[in-house]
Ligand binder design. Sequence first.
Ligand code: NAI
Ligand code: COI
Ligand code: MG
Length: 358
Amino acid sequence: MYKIAVLPGDGIGPEVMKQAIKVLDKISQKHNISLQYEFSDVGGIAIDKYDTPLPEHTLKICENSDAILFGSVGGPKWENLPPDKQPERGALLPLRKHFNLFANIRPVKVFKPLKDSCSLKDNLIEDGIDIVIFRELTSGIYFGQPKYISKDKTYAIDTMKYSVSEIERIARLAFEAARIRNNRVTSVDKANVLMSSILWRETVTKLHEAEYSDVELNHMYVDNAAMQLVRNPNQFDVILTGNMFGDILSDEAAMLSGSLGMLASASINESGFGLYEPIGGTAPDIAGQNIANPIAQILSAAYMLRYSLKHDVAATEIEKAIEEVLNKGYRTRDIYTGKEGEVLVNTDEMGDLIVENL
Ligand SMILES: NC(=O)C1=CN([C@@H]2O[C@H](COP(=O)(O)OP(=O)(O)OC[C@H]3O[C@@H](n4cnc5c(N)ncnc54)[C@H](O)[C@@H]3O)[C@@H](O)[C@H]2O)C=CC1
Ligand SMILES: CC(C)CC(=O)C(=O)O
Ligand SMILES: [Mg+2]
């Protein structure tokens, strides 16, 4: 029996999590996988209830679980609180740090039926797109100290710090992934300006020479990478990068797949424990309307089955069911283009359709 900590969070989090649970219920029944969900509050909803974004009992539930299925946290209601009390800084980042989830893996795939929703022209995605971003998740500028706004509020400081061991451990995973994919790693940095990026580049180069010289490696500045992702995404196989660059590039890459609502991620530590979440946020602009795309959350559940629970067949079946539903023309609003054959559905309906196709 697997214990799953389920933390829906804020905004669209609970709406899309409900769909992921429906899918997990169906697939676990089908494959006789015993799942025990432990729901708990995190983020803004936890601030409202317990005056803290990461209550002790939520952390305990996560510690006693085999994996964490996470929605997303934050929203306008909580953004003026002191920094440490805000949902993102006070819950999500501490959770990532607490479990040492240093590797954030963000696969970018275009489901063929969504060619028309993709922000690129058809000819660019004829062969599909299959990229995976390895983003360092527990260090870099989001965590480096010092980090403060001066008392008189005339300046502020963030620190972009990376150690060799932090760079090596994420780079190693990226090289290993490339070996079982198309054998290419693009390491993205800003080594023409940042000291941490100079060390990043040197470290990746040394590791490559010492242990992974069979993998093709090239280095790219992040500004160029942002442009190249739109110009010619198929040049990328594995993208290896730091915390902030990976955050930004993966939102950009989401538009290759049609919508931020389509991409999920796995954040794992050295022992394989993982937190699984959509790459996007709480989407306050559409929350509460039953129109969000639940596919990213459902894919997060599939990645959880694959990476933490080692049920690859079940995960693949979920991915196939999603493809099938898209093939039949069903679209939530974010991926709806109005073309003949498309049927606009809401969040609940999309969840039900995926369950039916399992
Ligand atoms: N992992 C997390 O918990 C994250 C939390 N956030 C937080 O979320 C809040 C809102 O942030 P934003 O910058 O607006 O980013 P966002 O990712 O929530 O939304 C950006 C845009 O994408 C759309 N979108 C996102 N997910 C969607 C889905 N599943 N279906 C359809 N459309 C979708 C939204 O409607 C919006 O127009 C902030 O408080 C932010 O800090 C942001 C990113 C990640
Ligand atoms: C709080 C943010 C770092 C969350 C985010 O945007 C992400 O992890 O993609
Ligand atoms: Mg982000």
